[in-house]
Design a protein around this ligand. Structure first.
Ligand SMILES: [Zn+2]
Length: 466
């Protein structure tokens, strides 16, 4: 009787170059029980249950998208949350953090409590995700006492929360200051959408009075100064509270300058930008109205100078990471063109499936090393948002991996995407790099453009900054 030893590994990725934030190395990656269990120069094929041949390819950690407004399932649209998490997998994102702000499907009944909203979100997404998901709580003006709920949110693994300084659910400065103090005590990272409400209200009124009620008016109503003023204010309040602050979707040179000044003074301020600020610009608002409406996002697309500043800041480390601000709006629903003025057009655009493709693939030649790419797309997101088992290819971490061909070229087209939206702002964009295979939790979920996973594969990621 012959006894065959079980393979040492469930999966081995052989022959590739493993990219880490600190350095790249030629290594085979051994995976067992969903974790990375070996990084060795040469793992024999007999040791593997299955082998992925990665000769000539890169092995990247799965991308972590910390900024999405994915919408949870409803009776009318039961598949939209699953669909966007699956789309993320197609794009090489193996973990995403979602928000529970109004508009993401959270019920009116929990509008008064951040904790009740978070519990509802956890309930209604359980077993629905294709990849691992976590929650960042949105903290609003309508909630009765969100500062008192932060500790309980952290206990649920919701280690980050977001405030808006504009919109009807945005908070005033007194509440922001209180939340900053409370976030420090609770061990929560506070994320802030920074625009100055008074400047914005004035800007909107001016544009409408001038007859600029279309997409161009939207961009002009919230110029870089509006963002920079909100950014400086949030930074000042964070300094007073002695709390870290994380600034979402930084889009302008002026806002980066405010962040850089604070950091030079030793303040723990973190900054994120988004793919659309890296590759799109305000000329989009000069296009025919329906096309331009698709780009109504906030902050708006900026000048080419601001775009260059985003790359400079990412390269220099003045911005920490890239995330999508994904909103699954559709041109025939939320963004349908009925001639309405810009203040009532839904804000947001999809991006959950194109984070790696756009950020990697459209980077100016030679500016971002593969190591820095991995840092801003996976390693730093995992570190800042409390996910120590994710974000890097190291023994013991989750086997969330992307086998990536850096030499391939592709053109981004809505027809090839899988997200819940009906358009992509990157239609026709030519990028370098293509995904060959995506492994999440040790299992192949996408291979050569085919989805191999199962609804519910994704788990809830309870996060802790401790
Ligand atoms: Zn957002």
């Amino acid at each position: 009787m012959t006894i065959t030893a079980a393979p040492r590994f469930d999966l081995v990725i052989r022959g590739g170059t493993v990219v880490r934030a600190d350095r790249s190395l030629r290594a085979d990656v051994g995976v067992r029980d969903g974790r990375i269990s070996a990084l060795e120069a040469a793992i024999p094929v007999e040791a593997a249950g299955r082998v992925i041949d990665a000769h000539g390819l890169l092995v990247l950690p799965g991308v972590i998208d910390v900024h999405t407004h994915t919408r949870i399932a409803t009776d009318d649209e039961p598949d939209r949350f699953f669909q966007d998490t699956r789309a993320a997998a197609f794009g090489g994102t193996t973990t995403l953090l979602a928000f529970d702000n109004p508009g993401t499907g959270i019920s009116e009944g929990v509008a008064g409590s951040a904790l009740a909203a978070a519990r509802e979100w956890l309930d209604r997404t359980r077993g629905d995700a294709a990849i691992d998901v976590g929650l960042s709580a949105v903290l609003t003006a309508q909630q009765t006492d969100p500062a008192a709920e932060l500790a309980a949110l952290v206990d649920l693994g919701v280690a980050s929360g977001k405030c808006f300084l504009v919109y009807d659910f945005g908070v005033d400065e007194a509440r922001l200051a209180e939340l900053l103090r409370a976030s420090r005590a609770a061990g929560m990272l506070l994320q802030v959408h920074c625009e100055d409400r008074a400047m914005l209200d004035k800007g909107i009124a001016e544009q409408l009075a001038a007859g600029e009620d279309g997409p161009r008016g939207h961009a002009r109503s919230r110029p870089p100064a509006c963002e920079a003023t909100g950014t400086a204010r949030a930074i000042a309040l964070a300094a007073t509270a002695d709390a870290p602050a994380y600034l979402v979707h930084v889009s302008s040179r002026a806002a980066v300058a405010a962040i850089t000044r604070a950091r030079a003074a030793g303040q723990p301020v973190f900054g994120e930008t988004c793919p659309h600020y890296l590759v799109l610009d305000a000329s989009r608002y000069e296009r025919p109205r329906t096309d331009a409406m698709a780009a109504i996002i906030s902050p708006p697309l900026r000048s080419l100078d601001d775009q260059a500043a985003m790359w400079d800041a990412l390269v220099a480390g003045d911005l920490d990471l890239v995330a999508t601000d994904h909103v699954p709006d559709r041109l025939d629903r939320e963004k349908r063109d009925e001639g309405q003025p810009f203040p009532v057009v839904s804000n947001g655009a999809p991006g959950v499936e194109t984070l790696l493709a756009v950020t990697w693939g459209a980077a100016p030649a030679g500016r971002m090393t593969p190591e820095r790419m991995v840092d801003v797309l996976a390693t730093t997101p995992a570190r800042l948002f409390g996910m120590p088992t994710k974000g890097a290819i190291e023994v013991g971490r989750d086997a969330d991996l992307v086998v990536f061909d850096p030499a391939a070229r592709r053109t981004i087209r809505q027809a090839d995407l899988h997200h819940a939206s009906d358009f992509t702002p990157y239609e026709g964009l030519e990028v370098t790099g293509a995904i060959r295979e995506v492994v999440a939790g040790g299992r192949s979920v996408v291979r050569d453009g085919m989805y191999l996973g199962t609804r519910g594969d994704g788990r809830y990621v309870a996060r802790s900054l401790g």
